[in-house]
Write a protein that binds this ligand. Sequence first.
Ligand code: FMN
Length: 189
Amino acid sequence: MKKLFLCALAALAIVACKQAPKAETTEDTTDAAAEKTLVAYFSATGTTQAAAELLAQALEAEVFRIEPVEPYTEDDLNWRDSLSRSSVEMKDIKARPAIKALPVDLRQYKKIYLGFPIWWGVAPRVINTFIEESEFADVTIVPFATSGGSEIDEASKALAETYTNLTFESGRLLNDATPADIEAWVKGE
Ligand SMILES: Cc1cc2nc3c(=O)[nH]c(=O)nc-3n(C[C@H](O)[C@H](O)[C@H](O)COP(=O)(O)O)c2cc1C
């Protein structure tokens, strides 16, 4: 009798296992997740922000603004003053101005379009703060920038040489870029 009861219990357990709903998983294993893209940018006076927003629309990507804890004032941005905050930071390759907390786990993104204004030919130091605090591992970074005329190549090269563990594309200068220009760029035209 006891044997029969144990057999019935085992049979019930097998049926229950077969019918049990699959455990829910929060991990998104679709291709879309594997290629998750973010547009992250710093903009002191709004020009790069406008380009970043057009880019995010073209990519249908999420957008994140990198914000320094201490916003840059007009005096801070005076490149003619060698003692202004931006001049002092840009003369010091180790300067890492504090940025506001990153709201999401940025390691979930596989491709980051990283935007900034060109300062003294390269990316502002807050961009270094952002990259270092993000703890990226397996990510491709595509720089984009606005400027008063300088090209982006030197800035992209400097980032790629500093962060040799990350993959950088050469990037694109988006001065006066129209939505159509940006659309064509992201489509690789
Ligand atoms: C401190 C500082 C340094 C700059 N250095 C350069 C430069 O080296 N080359 C250049 O073409 N423009 C330079 N600019 C101009 C900015 O790159 C340009 O105005 C940019 O579009 C501003 O972007 P934003 O409005 O997103 O801050 C500099 C601007 C500032 C404030």
